[in-house]
Design a protein around this ligand. Structure first.
Ligand SMILES: C[S@@+](CC[C@H](N)C(=O)[O-])C[C@H]1O[C@@H](n2cnc3c(N)ncnc32)[C@H](O)[C@@H]1O
Length: 338
């Protein structure tokens, strides 16, 4: 039913109509993200693959409040994740799509989790409350969410592989190993190493290599790249990648880190630093705040910071570029002098 002119006038005249609309829209988006994240976190979405009745679902998930479960399932149906009919609940197309794409899952887990938890806890933290530990506690979600940027990183890697024709590659902070696997595929004669400090992410990387039949050509070391014995990676590499890792390292230690990695690169070899960097965009500012709220002095660098540190580490900087317009993801290419 169309609104009466008088009703519209009242709506427009009440408070700041633009901000009211924005607040409701933003709030509803936050509720949608929380609904989805809970459907993943409670295991309800996964359990719906089997098309259970409410009683079967309750038994499967040890639910005791059946009325609340029914109301929750109606919410998931309204969110078009679930279809209910003939006494059974089944995944709707959207529910299947969410379960079928791990980046989508990780995005809901991450954005409804630590990304917004930052602001829920910020008041306490500003007054001296404990620093956050998301990068330790949610290392696997962060590594999975990083896959969203993969196509951009892979284009850059293809160019680096074409320019360097590497026989040995290194992926520092390899996360789930997708970039390492991509380098190995792009350079079919190469072998490689991934180094990853988070054991859960390292296990994901090993799984990626196995799943792609690349485990014979590469291995994953679980540990901190800093202080790594070069022998452990089996000799100098022609192409080293540091993708979305530099911001984990305290500002005062970045130069040494780049020097350590540079020392693993053969003369004439390439070090590619890919990172979300500090700029004025809302996401860059948010991510920088999230990092600064962690225990351990993390922050986003600017492209100039990275360039300066690479030069100070004795590397020649060949170029800096933004990987896509409007996004704070940058690539800096450096070469170890021959
Ligand atoms: C945001 S993820 C990026 C993963 C992957 N490089 C990518 O771009 O998809 C950063 C990863 O670096 C790892 N990491 C951070 N500091 C590290 C260090 N000093 N040595 C090894 N790995 C590290 C983290 O555990 C995490 O998995």
């Amino acid at each position: 039913m169309a609104l009466k002119v008088r009703t519209v006038a009242r709506l427009v005249g009440a408070g700041h109509v633009g901000e009211r609309l924005r607040a409701v829209r933003d709030g509803q988006a936050a509720v949608r993200a929380a609904t989805l994240s809970s459907a993943l976190g409670t295991g309800v979405l996964e359990a719906l693959r089997a098309g259970p009745t409410t009683a079967e679902l309750a038994a499967d998930l040890a639910v005791t409040d059946h009325a609340l479960l029914e109301a929750y399932l109606r919410t998931l149906e309204a969110a078009r994740l679930v279809r209910t009919g003939g006494g059974r609940h089944r995944l709707a197309r959207r529910g299947r799509a969410v379960l079928g794409d791990d980046v989508v899952r990780a995005a809901y887990e991450g954005f409804a989790g630590y990304h917004t938890g930052l602001y829920r806890d910020l008041g306490l933290q500003l007054r001296g409350g404990p620093a956050r530990d998301d990068v330790v506690r949610h290392g696997d979600v962060i590594a999975r969410l990083s896959r969203a940027l993969e196509p951009l990183v892979h284009d850059t890697l293809d160019e680096a592989v074409a320019a360097t024709r590497p026989r040995r590659v290194l992926d520092v902070g390899c996360g789930d190993g997708a970039n390492l696997a991509h380098m190995l595929r792009a350079a079919p004669a190469s072998s490689g190493t991934g180094v990853e400090v988070d054991p859960a992410a390292a296990a994901l990387a090993e799984h990626t290599l196995r799943a792609e039949g690349l485990d014979g050509r590469a291995h994953v070391l679980t540990g901190d790249i800093r202080g790594l014995d070069p022998q452990q990676i089996g000799g100098p590499v022609d192409l080293a990648l540091l993708a979305n890792v530099i911001y984990y390292v305290p500002v005062g230690e970045r130069r040494d880190l780049l020097r350590d990695i540079g020392a693993l690169v053969a003369p004439g070899g390439t070090l590619l630093v890919v990172s979300t960097m500090a700029d004025r965009s809302a996401f860059s500012r948010h991510f920088d705040l999230l990092l600064r709220a962690q225990a351990g002095e993390m922050s986003l660098p600017t492209p100039d910071d990275v360039t300066r540190d690479l030069r100070a580490a004795g590397l020649d900087v060949l170029g800096v570029r933004r990987l896509t317009r409007g996004d704070p993801l940058h690539a800096v290419t450096a070469r170890r002098p021959s």
